[in-house]
Design a protein around this ligand. Structure first.
Ligand code: ASP
Length: 308
């Protein structure tokens, strides 16, 4: 089976069958990752560059490990230590890299749409590793994989996305994916961090009441407050935010049921999530990170295997 697309620019462009194919392929790679020898030759002779114009820990390391586990040749580019800092354009940088015979580009950029722009101008397959406030497709795929692993199916699953929905590419990719796969979504947070058009555009429920969202859901995916993307304050203080929307042990104990807690990282401990919840028995945050490698292996493998 093949993906319907040459690039992985966003979940918005994927068919439900593409998502199912990536998730089932990831399950096979997860099994490979449990073996004593974790490496397979699937992408031997494929050269991949990781082009990171914005900071990253998990995503970058996860892609690099996924590529190495697939036996690809890997190059890493960091904008701050490159000629981009001398004023070279994105297209010039990438064309120079491609002339070294690179097959795939994994790209993170602070501008929404940067990987889409590249995809229109270069022949290599592009994987979006996070573009501005737009999408972070592999994060949504690994979140979906982790939810499916925990609950068996995404269909009918009640997912709450909590916090900075406005600036979160993880939230948007999750909303696209969960809707395509038949889950129910409620977004919760302060009114200033939730675009009101989401309800009509994506069919998600909106609430400004944290307890209501948590009482409703099976799983809460808690998002980081993206202070670096806020030009003006959108709530009075981090302490105020924590008091109204922070998930604490006490908040969870007040629910009439148990829910699963997720977070894409990096966590602002004591702001959106308290440590005893992040590190507690209901958190699957580290499983998400583990699953990220298998999911990225699946995405890279499927994109590389496409005939053009
Ligand atoms: N790591 C995720 C991202 O790059 C989430 C975050 O930064 O808050 O979007």
């Amino acid at each position: 089976m093949k993906l319907s697309t040459k690039h992985l620019l966003g979940i918005k462009d994927l068919l439900p069958e593409d998502i199912s194919l990536i998730l089932s392929t990831a399950a096979q790679f997860k099994e490979v990752l449990q073996r004593p020898v974790k490496k397979v030759p699937s992408l031997r002779d494929v050269t991949i560059v990781n082009l990171f114009y914005e900071n990253s820990t998990r995503t970058r390391m996860s892609f690099e490990l996924a590529e190495k586990r697939l036996s690809a040749d890997v190059m890493n580019f960091t904008a701050s230590s490159s000629s981009a800092a001398k004023g070279e354009t994105l297209l010039d940088t990438v064309n120079n890299i491609l002339s070294m015979k690179v097959d795939m580009v994994v790209m993170r950029h602070s501008a929404s749409g940067a990987p889409h722009f590249l995809a229109q101008h270069i022949p290599a397959a592009i994987v979006n590793a996070g573009d501005g406030i737009n999408e972070h497709p592999t994060q949504a795929l690994l979140d979906a994989f982790s939810m499916q692993e925990k609950f068996g199916s995404l269909k009918g699953l009640k997912v709450a996305l909590i916090g900075d929905i406005l600036h979160s590419r993880v939230a948007l990719s999750n909303m696209y994916l969960l809707k395509k796969m038949g889950a129910e979504i409620t977004v919760a947070g302060p009114p200033t961090l939730i675009p009101v058009h989401l309800q009509a555009a994506l069919g998600v429920n909106i609430t400004y009441n944290l307890a209501e969202a948590l009482q409703w859901c099976d799983v809460a995916n808690v998002l980081r407050i993206q202070l670096e993307r806020q030009n003006q304050p959108l709530f009075s203080s981090l302490r105020e935010y924590n008091l109204a929307y922070g998930i604490t042990r006490k908040v969870l104990d007040g629910l009439k049921k148990e829910i699963v807690i997720m977070h894409p990282g990096p966590i602002n401990r004591g702001v959106e999530l308290d440590s005893d919840v992040a590190d507690g028995p209901h958190s699957i945050i580290l499983q998400q990170v583990e699953n990220g490698v298998a999911v990225r292996m699946a995405a890279l493998y499927l994109l590389a295997g496409r005939e053009n």
